[in-house]
Design a protein around this ligand. Structure first.
Ligand code: GLN
Length: 424
Protein backbone atom coordinates (compact mmCIF):
# COMPACT_ATOMS: atom_id res chain seq x y z
CA UNK A 1 0.00 0.00 0.00
CA UNK A 2 1.38 3.42 -0.83
CA UNK A 3 0.68 6.26 1.50
CA UNK A 4 1.16 9.36 -0.64
CA UNK A 5 -0.56 11.72 1.75
CA UNK A 6 1.29 10.72 4.96
CA UNK A 7 -1.96 9.31 6.32
CA UNK A 8 -0.53 6.67 8.64
CA UNK A 9 2.00 6.94 11.46
CA UNK A 10 2.17 3.14 11.59
CA UNK A 11 0.92 0.78 8.88
CA UNK A 12 0.21 -2.55 10.47
CA UNK A 13 -2.61 -4.99 9.84
CA UNK A 14 -4.58 -6.49 12.71
CA UNK A 15 -7.21 -9.06 11.76
CA UNK A 16 -10.47 -9.20 13.66
CA UNK A 17 -12.86 -12.10 14.23
CA UNK A 18 -13.79 -14.29 11.26
CA UNK A 19 -17.27 -12.95 11.01
CA UNK A 20 -19.36 -10.07 12.26
CA UNK A 21 -20.97 -6.91 10.89
CA UNK A 22 -17.60 -5.46 9.80
CA UNK A 23 -16.09 -8.70 8.45
CA UNK A 24 -15.50 -7.12 5.03
CA UNK A 25 -14.37 -3.74 6.31
CA UNK A 26 -10.93 -2.19 6.76
CA UNK A 27 -10.62 0.47 9.45
CA UNK A 28 -7.98 3.14 10.18
CA UNK A 29 -7.63 3.96 13.88
CA UNK A 30 -6.52 7.39 15.11
CA UNK A 31 -3.16 7.15 16.80
CA UNK A 32 -4.43 8.30 20.21
CA UNK A 33 -6.59 5.15 20.55
CA UNK A 34 -4.70 2.32 22.27
CA UNK A 35 -3.96 -0.82 20.26
CA UNK A 36 -2.40 -3.79 22.04
CA UNK A 37 1.04 -4.49 20.62
CA UNK A 38 0.81 -1.73 18.01
CA UNK A 39 2.65 1.56 18.55
CA UNK A 40 0.38 4.41 19.63
CA UNK A 41 2.12 7.79 19.36
CA UNK A 42 -0.63 10.44 19.63
CA UNK A 43 1.32 12.19 16.85
CA UNK A 44 4.00 13.04 19.43
CA UNK A 45 7.75 12.44 19.67
CA UNK A 46 7.03 11.93 23.37
CA UNK A 47 5.41 8.57 22.58
CA UNK A 48 7.59 7.68 19.60
CA UNK A 49 8.17 4.13 20.84
CA UNK A 50 5.17 3.60 23.11
CA UNK A 51 3.41 0.25 22.56
CA UNK A 52 0.25 -0.14 24.68
CA UNK A 53 -0.22 -3.44 26.54
CA UNK A 54 -3.99 -3.34 26.02
CA UNK A 55 -6.71 -2.44 23.54
CA UNK A 56 -9.10 0.48 23.91
CA UNK A 57 -12.69 -0.75 24.33
CA UNK A 58 -13.56 0.51 20.84
CA UNK A 59 -10.69 -1.52 19.39
CA UNK A 60 -11.94 -4.64 21.17
CA UNK A 61 -15.34 -3.88 19.63
CA UNK A 62 -13.83 -3.51 16.14
CA UNK A 63 -12.05 -6.84 16.44
CA UNK A 64 -15.16 -8.59 17.76
CA UNK A 65 -17.13 -7.17 14.81
CA UNK A 66 -14.67 -8.75 12.37
CA UNK A 67 -13.00 -5.54 11.18
CA UNK A 68 -9.46 -5.49 9.83
CA UNK A 69 -7.42 -2.63 11.27
CA UNK A 70 -5.03 -1.35 8.60
CA UNK A 71 -3.02 1.21 10.53
CA UNK A 72 -2.74 4.02 13.02
CA UNK A 73 -3.79 7.33 11.51
CA UNK A 74 -1.74 10.51 11.73
CA UNK A 75 -3.10 13.36 13.83
CA UNK A 76 -2.32 16.70 15.41
CA UNK A 77 -0.10 16.11 18.44
CA UNK A 78 -2.35 14.86 21.28
CA UNK A 79 -5.34 16.09 19.26
CA UNK A 80 -4.31 19.74 19.57
CA UNK A 81 -4.96 21.39 16.26
CA UNK A 82 -7.39 21.75 13.39
CA UNK A 83 -5.17 20.90 10.42
CA UNK A 84 -3.02 17.82 11.27
CA UNK A 85 0.06 19.98 10.89
CA UNK A 86 1.18 19.79 14.54
CA UNK A 87 2.03 16.06 14.18
CA UNK A 88 5.62 15.15 15.01
CA UNK A 89 5.38 12.77 12.03
CA UNK A 90 4.76 15.50 9.46
CA UNK A 91 1.56 16.91 7.98
CA UNK A 92 -1.13 14.97 6.11
CA UNK A 93 -2.19 16.22 2.70
CA UNK A 94 -5.89 16.39 1.86
CA UNK A 95 -6.60 13.71 -0.79
CA UNK A 96 -9.69 15.67 -1.89
CA UNK A 97 -7.90 19.03 -2.18
CA UNK A 98 -4.22 18.78 -3.21
CA UNK A 99 -1.89 21.20 -1.42
CA UNK A 100 -4.45 21.79 1.31
CA UNK A 101 -4.84 20.51 4.86
CA UNK A 102 -7.18 17.60 5.62
CA UNK A 103 -8.50 19.35 8.73
CA UNK A 104 -7.80 17.99 12.16
CA UNK A 105 -7.03 16.76 14.52
CA UNK A 106 -8.24 13.41 13.06
CA UNK A 107 -6.84 14.38 9.64
CA UNK A 108 -5.25 10.99 8.98
CA UNK A 109 -8.53 9.20 9.73
CA UNK A 110 -10.58 11.35 7.34
CA UNK A 111 -7.88 11.25 4.67
CA UNK A 112 -7.72 7.43 4.92
CA UNK A 113 -11.40 7.23 4.01
CA UNK A 114 -11.18 9.94 1.32
CA UNK A 115 -8.16 8.27 -0.33
CA UNK A 116 -9.68 4.78 -0.13
CA UNK A 117 -6.87 3.56 2.16
CA UNK A 118 -9.54 2.30 4.57
CA UNK A 119 -13.29 1.74 4.28
CA UNK A 120 -13.94 3.37 7.65
CA UNK A 121 -12.02 5.16 10.38
CA UNK A 122 -12.11 6.09 14.03
CA UNK A 123 -11.25 9.59 15.18
CA UNK A 124 -11.74 11.53 18.39
CA UNK A 125 -13.61 14.81 18.75
CA UNK A 126 -12.77 17.14 21.63
CA UNK A 127 -13.82 20.34 19.88
CA UNK A 128 -14.51 19.24 16.33
CA UNK A 129 -11.71 16.85 15.44
CA UNK A 130 -13.97 14.30 13.74
CA UNK A 131 -16.33 16.77 12.04
CA UNK A 132 -13.70 19.25 10.84
CA UNK A 133 -11.59 16.71 8.87
CA UNK A 134 -14.76 14.98 7.64
CA UNK A 135 -15.89 18.33 6.18
CA UNK A 136 -12.49 19.19 4.66
CA UNK A 137 -12.00 15.73 3.11
CA UNK A 138 -15.56 15.29 1.81
CA UNK A 139 -16.50 12.33 4.04
CA UNK A 140 -19.00 11.73 6.85
CA UNK A 141 -18.10 12.03 10.55
CA UNK A 142 -20.15 11.66 13.73
CA UNK A 143 -19.39 13.12 17.16
CA UNK A 144 -21.53 11.03 19.53
CA UNK A 145 -23.35 12.30 22.61
CA UNK A 146 -20.99 12.41 25.59
CA UNK A 147 -21.15 8.96 27.20
CA UNK A 148 -22.45 6.97 24.20
CA UNK A 149 -19.01 5.58 23.31
CA UNK A 150 -16.42 4.34 25.82
CA UNK A 151 -13.30 6.48 26.20
CA UNK A 152 -11.36 3.65 27.86
CA UNK A 153 -8.01 3.46 26.08
CA UNK A 154 -8.33 6.88 24.43
CA UNK A 155 -5.28 8.90 25.47
CA UNK A 156 -6.90 11.84 27.23
CA UNK A 157 -6.60 15.41 25.99
CA UNK A 158 -9.69 17.00 27.62
CA UNK A 159 -11.87 14.28 29.17
CA UNK A 160 -15.00 16.29 29.82
CA UNK A 161 -15.28 17.28 26.16
CA UNK A 162 -14.15 14.36 24.05
CA UNK A 163 -15.69 11.33 22.42
CA UNK A 164 -14.37 8.77 19.96
CA UNK A 165 -16.36 9.01 16.73
CA UNK A 166 -16.71 7.13 13.42
CA UNK A 167 -15.87 8.38 9.90
CA UNK A 168 -17.00 6.80 6.64
CA UNK A 169 -17.85 7.39 2.98
CA UNK A 170 -21.64 7.42 3.54
CA UNK A 171 -23.97 8.23 6.42
CA UNK A 172 -25.17 4.64 6.60
CA UNK A 173 -21.66 3.13 6.70
CA UNK A 174 -20.61 5.64 9.37
CA UNK A 175 -23.72 4.84 11.42
CA UNK A 176 -22.92 1.11 11.15
CA UNK A 177 -19.56 1.79 12.74
CA UNK A 178 -21.32 3.78 15.48
CA UNK A 179 -23.51 0.73 16.10
CA UNK A 180 -20.36 -1.33 16.67
CA UNK A 181 -18.60 1.07 19.08
CA UNK A 182 -21.51 2.47 21.13
CA UNK A 183 -22.69 1.14 24.47
CA UNK A 184 -21.81 1.21 28.15
CA UNK A 185 -18.45 0.06 29.48
CA UNK A 186 -17.60 -0.90 33.07
CA UNK A 187 -14.14 0.58 32.55
CA UNK A 188 -15.45 4.07 31.70
CA UNK A 189 -17.64 5.50 34.46
CA UNK A 190 -18.82 8.29 32.15
CA UNK A 191 -20.26 5.83 29.61
CA UNK A 192 -24.02 5.48 29.58
CA UNK A 193 -26.64 2.79 29.05
CA UNK A 194 -28.80 5.14 27.00
CA UNK A 195 -28.72 4.67 23.22
CA UNK A 196 -26.93 1.32 23.41
CA UNK A 197 -29.77 -0.70 21.85
CA UNK A 198 -30.52 1.75 19.06
CA UNK A 199 -29.96 0.60 15.48
CA UNK A 200 -28.24 3.69 14.08
CA UNK A 201 -27.69 2.40 10.56
CA UNK A 202 -31.40 1.89 10.00
CA UNK A 203 -32.00 5.56 10.82
CA UNK A 204 -30.23 6.47 7.56
CA UNK A 205 -33.52 6.31 5.63
CA UNK A 206 -33.46 9.82 4.15
CA UNK A 207 -36.94 10.62 5.40
CA UNK A 208 -37.12 14.22 6.62
CA UNK A 209 -40.82 14.86 6.02
CA UNK A 210 -42.17 16.73 9.05
CA UNK A 211 -38.72 17.43 10.55
CA UNK A 212 -38.12 20.92 11.89
CA UNK A 213 -34.58 22.17 11.30
CA UNK A 214 -33.31 25.21 13.21
CA UNK A 215 -30.57 27.38 11.76
CA UNK A 216 -28.61 29.30 14.42
CA UNK A 217 -27.90 32.60 12.67
CA UNK A 218 -24.71 33.07 14.75
CA UNK A 219 -23.16 29.98 13.13
CA UNK A 220 -23.85 31.07 9.56
CA UNK A 221 -23.05 34.78 9.53
CA UNK A 222 -19.26 34.38 9.72
CA UNK A 223 -18.94 31.74 7.00
CA UNK A 224 -17.27 32.28 3.61
CA UNK A 225 -19.55 33.05 0.67
CA UNK A 226 -18.85 29.73 -1.09
CA UNK A 227 -19.57 27.76 2.08
CA UNK A 228 -22.82 29.66 2.65
CA UNK A 229 -23.97 28.93 -0.90
CA UNK A 230 -23.49 25.18 -0.43
CA UNK A 231 -25.25 25.43 2.93
CA UNK A 232 -28.26 27.28 1.49
CA UNK A 233 -28.56 24.73 -1.32
CA UNK A 234 -28.56 21.94 1.25
CA UNK A 235 -31.38 23.61 3.17
CA UNK A 236 -33.31 23.97 -0.10
CA UNK A 237 -32.96 20.23 -0.75
CA UNK A 238 -34.18 19.45 2.75
CA UNK A 239 -37.21 21.69 2.27
CA UNK A 240 -37.93 19.81 -0.96
CA UNK A 241 -37.82 16.63 1.11
CA UNK A 242 -40.57 17.95 3.37
CA UNK A 243 -38.57 19.52 6.20
CA UNK A 244 -39.34 22.91 7.69
CA UNK A 245 -36.45 25.30 8.20
CA UNK A 246 -36.52 28.15 10.72
CA UNK A 247 -34.03 30.58 12.21
CA UNK A 248 -33.06 30.22 15.85
CA UNK A 249 -30.63 32.12 18.04
CA UNK A 250 -27.87 30.80 20.32
CA UNK A 251 -26.50 34.04 21.81
CA UNK A 252 -24.02 32.22 24.07
CA UNK A 253 -22.01 30.73 21.20
CA UNK A 254 -20.24 34.05 20.89
CA UNK A 255 -18.24 32.94 23.96
CA UNK A 256 -17.89 29.27 23.03
CA UNK A 257 -14.40 29.38 21.49
CA UNK A 258 -12.87 31.19 24.46
CA UNK A 259 -14.66 28.96 26.99
CA UNK A 260 -13.66 25.83 25.06
CA UNK A 261 -9.98 26.74 24.90
CA UNK A 262 -9.78 27.62 28.61
CA UNK A 263 -11.43 24.32 29.60
CA UNK A 264 -9.56 22.19 27.05
CA UNK A 265 -6.16 23.67 27.95
CA UNK A 266 -6.86 23.37 31.69
CA UNK A 267 -7.75 19.71 31.36
CA UNK A 268 -4.80 19.13 29.02
CA UNK A 269 -2.32 20.66 31.47
CA UNK A 270 -3.46 18.15 34.07
CA UNK A 271 -3.76 15.13 31.74
CA UNK A 272 -0.35 15.64 30.16
CA UNK A 273 1.43 15.68 33.55
CA UNK A 274 1.78 11.88 33.22
CA UNK A 275 4.30 12.31 30.39
CA UNK A 276 7.24 12.77 32.72
CA UNK A 277 9.65 10.08 31.55
CA UNK A 278 8.74 7.92 34.55
CA UNK A 279 5.14 6.96 34.08
CA UNK A 280 5.01 7.59 30.33
CA UNK A 281 7.09 9.16 27.66
CA UNK A 282 10.58 9.98 26.65
CA UNK A 283 12.96 9.67 29.58
CA UNK A 284 15.52 12.41 30.12
CA UNK A 285 17.52 10.25 32.55
CA UNK A 286 17.72 10.78 36.30
CA UNK A 287 21.26 11.92 36.93
CA UNK A 288 20.31 15.28 38.38
CA UNK A 289 17.32 16.42 40.35
CA UNK A 290 13.66 15.65 39.68
CA UNK A 291 12.74 19.08 38.28
CA UNK A 292 15.54 18.93 35.73
CA UNK A 293 14.71 15.39 34.69
CA UNK A 294 11.02 16.33 34.35
CA UNK A 295 11.74 19.37 32.25
CA UNK A 296 14.26 17.47 30.07
CA UNK A 297 11.73 14.79 29.30
CA UNK A 298 9.12 17.40 28.33
CA UNK A 299 11.39 18.83 25.64
CA UNK A 300 9.84 16.13 23.47
CA UNK A 301 6.53 18.03 23.27
CA UNK A 302 5.93 20.25 20.23
CA UNK A 303 5.19 23.99 20.29
CA UNK A 304 1.40 23.79 20.33
CA UNK A 305 1.36 21.25 23.17
CA UNK A 306 3.77 23.33 25.25
CA UNK A 307 1.70 26.46 24.65
CA UNK A 308 -1.42 24.71 25.89
CA UNK A 309 0.19 23.21 28.99
CA UNK A 310 1.49 26.66 29.93
CA UNK A 311 -1.83 28.43 29.34
CA UNK A 312 -3.82 25.67 31.05
CA UNK A 313 -1.58 25.70 34.10
CA UNK A 314 -1.94 29.47 34.27
CA UNK A 315 -5.75 29.34 33.99
CA UNK A 316 -5.93 26.87 36.89
CA UNK A 317 -3.42 28.58 39.15
CA UNK A 318 -4.43 30.07 42.50
CA UNK A 319 -5.56 33.64 41.98
CA UNK A 320 -6.56 33.11 38.34
CA UNK A 321 -8.83 30.11 38.69
CA UNK A 322 -11.98 32.19 39.27
CA UNK A 323 -11.10 34.63 36.55
CA UNK A 324 -10.63 32.05 33.79
CA UNK A 325 -11.61 28.46 34.59
CA UNK A 326 -14.72 29.28 36.58
CA UNK A 327 -15.92 31.84 34.03
CA UNK A 328 -15.41 29.28 31.28
CA UNK A 329 -17.53 26.76 33.21
CA UNK A 330 -20.27 29.37 33.57
CA UNK A 331 -20.16 30.01 29.83
CA UNK A 332 -20.36 26.25 29.24
CA UNK A 333 -23.54 26.06 31.32
CA UNK A 334 -24.99 28.95 29.32
CA UNK A 335 -24.21 27.24 26.01
CA UNK A 336 -25.94 24.07 27.25
CA UNK A 337 -28.98 26.06 28.27
CA UNK A 338 -29.19 27.79 24.87
CA UNK A 339 -29.17 24.44 23.09
CA UNK A 340 -31.83 23.03 25.45
CA UNK A 341 -34.07 25.98 24.69
CA UNK A 342 -33.54 25.65 20.94
CA UNK A 343 -34.50 21.97 21.06
CA UNK A 344 -37.86 22.90 22.60
CA UNK A 345 -38.93 24.15 19.17
CA UNK A 346 -36.78 22.28 16.61
CA UNK A 347 -35.71 18.66 16.03
CA UNK A 348 -32.17 19.32 14.83
CA UNK A 349 -29.92 22.33 14.24
CA UNK A 350 -28.00 22.94 11.01
CA UNK A 351 -24.92 25.01 10.19
CA UNK A 352 -21.82 24.83 8.03
CA UNK A 353 -19.39 22.48 9.81
CA UNK A 354 -16.45 24.77 9.11
CA UNK A 355 -16.73 28.47 8.24
CA UNK A 356 -14.16 28.09 5.46
CA UNK A 357 -13.02 25.54 2.88
CA UNK A 358 -9.75 23.69 3.65
CA UNK A 359 -6.75 25.99 4.22
CA UNK A 360 -3.58 25.76 2.22
CA UNK A 361 -0.87 23.74 3.92
CA UNK A 362 1.35 25.91 6.15
CA UNK A 363 -1.16 28.76 6.38
CA UNK A 364 -2.52 28.17 9.88
CA UNK A 365 0.65 27.48 11.83
CA UNK A 366 1.65 31.12 11.81
CA UNK A 367 -1.36 32.30 13.75
CA UNK A 368 -2.72 30.00 16.47
CA UNK A 369 -5.56 32.35 17.36
CA UNK A 370 -6.86 32.27 13.80
CA UNK A 371 -6.74 28.48 13.94
CA UNK A 372 -8.75 28.43 17.19
CA UNK A 373 -11.43 30.63 15.60
CA UNK A 374 -11.91 28.08 12.82
CA UNK A 375 -13.54 25.87 15.49
CA UNK A 376 -16.40 28.33 16.10
CA UNK A 377 -19.14 26.02 14.81
CA UNK A 378 -17.90 22.76 16.26
CA UNK A 379 -16.85 23.54 19.86
CA UNK A 380 -20.31 24.60 21.13
CA UNK A 381 -21.47 21.01 20.58
CA UNK A 382 -18.73 19.58 22.82
CA UNK A 383 -19.41 22.18 25.51
CA UNK A 384 -23.04 21.01 25.50
CA UNK A 385 -22.18 17.24 25.33
CA UNK A 386 -24.44 16.84 22.26
CA UNK A 387 -24.29 14.61 19.15
CA UNK A 388 -23.47 16.06 15.72
CA UNK A 389 -22.77 14.80 12.22
CA UNK A 390 -20.87 16.38 9.34
CA UNK A 391 -22.08 15.42 5.86
CA UNK A 392 -20.53 16.42 2.50
CA UNK A 393 -22.46 19.19 0.77
CA UNK A 394 -20.54 19.84 -2.43
CA UNK A 395 -17.38 21.79 -3.07
CA UNK A 396 -15.93 25.23 -3.62
CA UNK A 397 -12.83 25.92 -5.73
CA UNK A 398 -10.77 25.33 -2.59
CA UNK A 399 -12.23 21.93 -1.77
CA UNK A 400 -15.09 20.13 -0.03
CA UNK A 401 -17.74 21.74 2.17
CA UNK A 402 -19.47 19.96 5.06
CA UNK A 403 -22.81 20.66 6.68
CA UNK A 404 -23.27 19.95 10.38
CA UNK A 405 -26.47 18.73 12.05
CA UNK A 406 -26.69 18.83 15.84
CA UNK A 407 -29.23 16.84 17.85
CA UNK A 408 -30.43 16.76 21.45
CA UNK A 409 -28.58 14.40 23.83
CA UNK A 410 -28.82 10.80 22.54
CA UNK A 411 -30.63 12.12 19.45
CA UNK A 412 -28.20 10.42 17.04
CA UNK A 413 -31.03 8.89 15.01
CA UNK A 414 -32.44 12.32 14.12
CA UNK A 415 -29.12 13.68 12.84
CA UNK A 416 -28.34 10.47 10.95
CA UNK A 417 -31.74 10.65 9.28
CA UNK A 418 -31.31 14.27 8.18
CA UNK A 419 -27.71 13.62 7.14
CA UNK A 420 -28.80 10.75 4.93
CA UNK A 421 -31.39 13.00 3.27
CA UNK A 422 -28.60 15.39 2.26
CA UNK A 423 -26.78 12.52 0.57
CA UNK A 424 -29.83 11.57 -1.48
N1 GLN B 1 -9.09 22.17 17.15
C1 GLN B 1 -9.54 21.88 18.47
C2 GLN B 1 -8.37 21.89 19.42
O1 GLN B 1 -7.30 22.06 18.95
C3 GLN B 1 -10.25 20.57 18.51
C4 GLN B 1 -9.34 19.42 18.61
C5 GLN B 1 -10.04 18.12 18.86
O2 GLN B 1 -11.26 17.99 18.76
N2 GLN B 1 -9.25 17.15 19.30
O3 GLN B 1 -8.51 21.74 20.59
Amino acid sequence: MTDDHNIFVTEETVEGADDGPLADATVAVKDNISTEGVRTTCGSAMLDDYVPPYDATVVESLKAAGATIVGKANMDEFGMGSTTETSAFGPVENPAAPGRVPGGSSGGSAAAVAAGEADLALGSDTGGSVRNPAAFCGVVGIKPTYGLVSRYGLVAYANSLEQIGPLGPTVEATAELLDVISGPDDRDATSREEGADTDYASAADGDVAGTTIGVPTELVEGADAGVRERFEETLEDLRDGGATVEEVSLPSVEHAVEAYYVIAMSEASSNLARFDGVRYGNSGGFEGNWNEAFSDSREAFGEEVKRRILLGTYALSAGYHDKYYKQAQDARAWVKQDFDEAFESVDVLASPTMPTPPFEQGESLEDPLQMYLADANTVPVNLADLPAISVPAGETDAGPVGVQFVGPAFGEEAIIRVGSAVEN
